[in-house]
Ligand binder design. Structure first.
Ligand code: BGC
Length: 751
């Protein structure tokens, strides 16, 4: 290793971080091996002690020889992940301090950056605060909740010694079959942009140039189009025409870049036949050049290799590395051993052969090292973990409960809720009795299925009901879910008991849903909820019971056959460790509902349409056949009480450069406080490309005391009304626009 003083080295980097050429010259102190090492990210297992079969030891122990080989010989610049399960803070402290000591003692010139998937709280640290998954955060329609979630998660991630979070997912949830729907902020680009930007702010704090020890680097995932796979199965092909890439899939990423996001992870799938990791027009031209994203791009898991092994666009691994790196991916999540060694060795060879230019390598290393500097890694002494006294605090847990309270969505209520406390009722169903159903995947383990790590002291749904209603709440599960050969299955359990208990009650709280899962293991064959779960509801209906359906699910499963007879339906999403407590407060009427669907809830699995469909979708030639017939529309959600909208006011005619001002009075007609999400939709009457029927343009969640009203004001500009035309350009086309808030509609002419 060529040695220079690290202090001198970083002064030079800082001084030269203004222009690309000058940045490159700042890297002259690094050897080629050191530069290549900076672009290499390995998983923790690669440096952990293993048993004779090569399995990582439990409890996890670092293998100093492997670590030294990776960091000193191969000069690896980043480590990620957890082994197979969640660790204590003390374990994290030992791991991260051991790794940082290589830099602090001068054995390596640039510190290692540790990254983790802390996607709904720092879900791989014991005792952490677990929030609703992103889909639930989106259902709050409250950016301040999203920001607070991220602020607390950042704090608890730093309290675990980790400065980099692979979150948020900014992929649009546009295929409900997709196993990662719950990781998204829903189907709409505007909602996703606003909530996503709030999460970036919460993670990184107010100064993205210098991220303090209470915040982490955010990572926008997965750039771009990953969620749009046609089959709905994970990492299968997507086709996205340029217009829809620009109008739908780009905006959340653009908003996140504007909010200062420092890192990005690349889409593992393919779009229009091009693997995400070789899509230079998207990564280099759009993201880095056009949007001026200053940070670095990390690959997804093994995705450099997969260009050869799976996607078959590279004849060998070496060419695969060259393709991805030259397309603009700065760091390869290789991530295993010995693959990372092959990676480092062939990258060095590729640079020596001129297949990868030194300029390109310098650009990547500059991006990575300046990001490490921004997050404070260059300090030899890292913040002591003892200072994070609020880790897992009551205050943090209350914030997680508040997020769940604002997300859980009331979809139907035939005067059964709030639930009368005096009568005996039955809680049943497969998702009623374990925390894993509330948390979903990425909780303690990757798939979130191991119940042995469940957070002590947090309640399952049935426990929360029993704590609230005492012996009036009886329980029988009825059905359990399990996996057989990777496929989710269900079977009856305690069925006789369930049937017997049905006779003892008038009301059934039936908790339905799915097993935790993500990525490939979460692939589905059908969106229909399995027949045994439906059967539980039908048995109760046959006995004339009033059934409250609780949906505990990461994606909207089709329940058409049991909706009409249900007395109430509640969408819980994956509300996290404090979800059951929140749910019971809502059901009992102690708190009011305010969540709204962040997606269109389908009724038929042959009809997947979104709220912003073109008008042609609604065309009907034959009676009541209407292709767009969701179970519940995007943005829908009830509360206790009634809200009405009056006095919608707007300009009627305006010049294109003038602001368009719209206001409406929102009146709470009930006798309790309501939080209402006021949503403004705009439709372009005539456009050169088929316009969406309507698109969400603004929203605001407002608190309205009982019997009072508030006036909500929105201002739109020409840029809010632009579309991508046939030449692929963003343009404003003057004309008539319709607008809708609640049931009120109006028209404006803009010329
Ligand atoms: C997932 C990413 C995740 C990464 C690291 C991948 O399989 O697609 O979202 O950040 O693994 O765990």
């Amino acid at each position: 290793m060529k040695r220079i003083s690290a202090v001198f080295f970083w002064c030079v980097i800082a001084a030269c971080s203004v222009s690309k050429n000058r940045q490159s010259s700042a890297l002259t102190g690094l050897t080629l091996e050191e530069k290549v090492g900076q672009t290499c990210q390995i998983t923790l297992d690669a440096v952990a002690q293993t048993d004779a079969q090569g399995r990582t030891l439990v409890p996890l122990k670092l293998d100093t020889n492997k670590l030294t080989e990776a960091l000193v010989k191969y000069k690896v610049g980043s480590i990620l992940n957890v082994s197979w399960h969640t660790l204590t803070r003390a374990q994290w402290q030992e791991i991260t301090e051991t790794i940082h000591a290589y830099y602090a003692s001068g054995r390596i010139k640039i510190p290692v950056i540790y990254g983790i998937d802390a996607i709904h709280g720092v879900n791989y640290t014991r005792g952490a605060t677990l929030f609703p998954q992103e889909i639930g955060l989106a259902a709050t329609w409250n950016p301040s909740i999203a920001e607070e979630f991220a602020r607390i998660t950042a704090y608890e991630t730093r309290a675990s010694g980790i400065p980099w979070n692979f979150s948020p997912v900014l992929d649009l949830g546009r295929n409900p079959l997709w196993s990662r729907n719950f990781e998204t902020l829903g189907e709409d680009p505007y909602l996703c942009s606003v909530m996503g930007a709030a999460i970036i702010k919460g993670y990184q704090g107010n100064n993205s140039a210098s991220i303090d020890s209470l915040h982490v680097l955010a990572c926008m995932k997965h750039f771009v189009g990953y969620s749009a796979s046609m089959s709905g199965r994970d990492r299968t092909p997507a086709w996205i025409p340029d217009k829809y890439m620009k109008e739908l899939y780009f905006p959340p990423f653009k908003a996140a870049v504007k909010a200062g996001a420092k890192t990005v992870m690349i889409n593992s799938g393919t779009v229009n036949g091009i693997p995400g990791h070789v899509n230079k027009p998207l990564i280099q031209h759009s993201l880095k050049d056009e949007w001026e994203f200053p940070g670095f791009a990390v690959s997804d898991w093994e995705d450099f290799n997969m260009l050869h092994t799976v996607h078959r666009v590279a004849p060998d691994l070496k060419k695969a590395y060259e393709q991805a790196f030259n397309a603009g991916v700065d760091m390869s999540m290789v991530p295993l051993s010995p693959d990372y060694k092959t990676y480092c060795e062939s990258m060095i060879q590729s640079v020596n052969e001129g297949k990868i230019t030194l300029d390109r390598l310098n650009d990547a290393v500059n991006r990575i090292s300046s990001t490490k500097q921004a997050v404070g890694l260059m300090n030899k002494v890292q913040p002591s973990l003892a200072q994070y006294t609020a880790f897992g605090s009551t205050q943090h847990k209350l914030a997680a409960k508040k997020a769940a309270l604002e997300s859980i969505t009331l979809l139907k209520n035939n005067d059964i809720l709030p639930l009368n406390a005096s009568a005996k009722f039955l809680v049943a169903g497969p998702t009623s009795d374990n925390l894993i159903f509330l948390n979903g995947a990425w909780t303690h383990t990757w798939q979130g299925m191991d119940t042995s790590f469940n957070t002590q002291g947090c309640k399952t749904i049935v426990q929360a009901f029993q704590d609230k209603y005492g012996t009036n709440c009886i329980f029988s599960k009825g059905v359990e879910l399990f996996k057989e050969r990777e496929v989710e299955q269900s079977r009856f359990v305690t069925l006789e008991d369930y049937i017997k208990k049905l006779d003892e009650v008038e009301t059934v709280v039936l908790c339905l849903g799915e097993l935790p899962s993500t990525e490939k293991p979460g692939d589905l064959r059908s969106l229909n909820l399995d027949s045994k779960q439906l059967e539980l509801a039908k048995m109760a209906y046959a006995k004339k019971k009033r059934v409250i359906l609780m949906l505990v699910e990461g994606r909207p499963r089709i329940i058409r056959d049991i909706v009409d007879q249900a007395a109430a339906v509640v969408q819980c999403y994956l509300p996290g460790d404090h979800g059951a407590e929140a749910l019971v407060e809502l059901i009992s009427g102690e708190a009011n509902f305010s969540g709204k669907l962040p997606y269109t809830y389908p009724k038929y699995d042959g009809v997947m349409e979104f709220y912003d469909r073109p008008r042609s979708v609604d065309r009907s030639n034959v009676g009541d056949f209407n292709a767009f017939n969701p179970e519940w529309p995007f943005g829908f959600g009830l509360h206790y009480g009634e809200v009405s909208y009056e006095h919608l006011k707007s300009n009627e005619v305006l010049r294109e450069n003038s602001p368009w001002e719209i206001s409406v009075d929102v009146i709470n007609k009930g006798n309790r406080e309501i939080d209402e999400v006021v949503q403004l939709y705009v439709g372009d009457e005539i456009a050169s490309m088929v316009p969406a029927g309507e698109q969400l343009k603004r929203f605001q969640k407002v608190k309205i005391p009982a019997g009072k009203s508030v006036t909500v004001h929105f201002v739109l500009n020409k840029t809010d009304l632009m579309l991508v035309n046939q030449s692929g350009e963003w343009v404003f086309e003057p004309g008539t626009f319709t607008y809708t808030i609640g049931s009120l509609k109006g028209k404006v002419v803009i010329n």
